[in-house]
Design a protein around this ligand. Structure first.
Ligand code: 41L
Length: 322
């Protein structure tokens, strides 16, 4: 069976996208995350005070994987931990009958205060799964064999609902050719590299290595590229109190592209005006990857494309224009 689930922006700035998932007998709204590999949910194991505003998984002790635990932390310092259950998970009609469901006992403030997100569904390689004593499969790995094609496709949109397709490529969701490149999955992520970047009409050769990451809101690249970009934005500056580059909200933002597989993958300037700040300017969708060691092609990069993640004998990534 194949299936498709909507990806709905959680707020007016596309901070993250939420998809409905049936976990056991509950429908939860999860953040599908190609940057991690745990399916974890808010659960009845938590204090009631932590559950306010969230839908949550009502655990069934009979389904517990006794002695199994998990603990995850993300690049932004957020994290969660808990126990593991084997239960039915359904995404867009695709069913995993005994999927490892990681029920939270503790969740960091970033997640607790984000009342729309009921958990995450990891779509990176299962080698990054944090469950002990035995690593568990992602939902995608669990259902892989039942899919017509071993792939999922990501269709995130700018200030609009998109979708995640499992097992098929939806021709109505893109125009032009799909450009495939091999994925570097050696670190457990969907890794790609670019050979050039462009700011407006000016192209510069450079090697940009990074990961596709639907769980990251913005686009993080090497500092010299970020500086070159905002040099083209009148009134832009690095604002340490806001934690990144900001600019007057009236600024015209040049398009940005990364050349992947010989094809320019363009991010429209409009998408790079991420959100207003509390100080009366606007926060940039492109920021520096200082301290990370690689680039992170998050939602700002993805939301103009239809991106196929194919787990064939040689993992590939296909890019097409929405
Ligand atoms: O953690 C990251 C990317 C990242 C940011 C900074 C340093 C290193 C890596 N993304 N991400 C993927 N899933 C997430 C879930 C919550 C927060 C961030 C999440």
């Amino acid at each position: 069976t194949n299936g498709s689930a909507p990806a709905v922006p959680s707020d007016q700035y596309d901070s993250l996208y939420l998809s409905p998932v049936t976990v056991g007998s509950s429908t939860l709204h999860l953040d599908f995350d190609t940057g991690s590999s745990d399916l974890w949910v808010f659960s009845s194991l938590q204090a009631q005070s932590s559950l306010v505003g969230h839908d949550y998984y009502m655990v069934d002790p009979a389904k517990e994987k006794q002695g199994y635990t998990w603990k995850i932390s993300y690049g932004d310092g957020s994290g969660a931990s808990g126990k593991v259950y084997a239960d039915k998970v359904v995404v867009g009609g695709v069913t995993a009958t005994a999927q490892a469901v990681e029920a939270a006992t503790a969740v960091s403030a970033q997640f607790t205060q984000d009342v729309d997100t009921d958990g995450l569904l990891g779509l990176a390689m299962s080698t990054l799964n944090t469950v002990k004593p035995q690593q568990q499969k992602t939902f995608f790995d669990t259902v892989l064999k039942q899919l017509a094609q071993p792939l999922f496709a990501v269709d995130l949109k700018y200030h609009a609902a998109g979708s995640y397709d499992f097992g098929f490529i939806d021709k109505s969701k893109y125009t032009g050719a799909i450009n495939y490149v091999n994925a570097d999955t050696s670190k457990g992520w969907w890794g790609v590299s670019a050979t050039a970047y462009s700011i407006g009409n000016a192209s510069t050769s450079a090697t940009v290595s990074g990961i596709l990451d639907t769980g990251t809101t913005l686009l993080y690249v090497d500092t010299p590229i970020v500086k070159a970009y905002y040099a083209k934005v009148k009134g832009s500056k690095m604002d340490n109190t806001q934690g990144g580059y900001v600019f007057p909200c009236s600024a015209t933002l040049p398009d940005f592209s990364l050349t992947i597989g010989g094809v320019k993958q363009i991010v429209p300037g409009k998408h790079i005006n991420y959100s207003p700040t509390s100080a009366g300017n606007c926060f940039g969708g492109i920021q520096t990857n200082d301290g990370i060691g690689f680039s992170i092609l998050g939602d700002i990069f993805l939301k103009s494309k239809y991106v196929i993640h194919e787990m064939g004998s040689t993992p590939r990534i296909g890019f097409a224009q929405q």
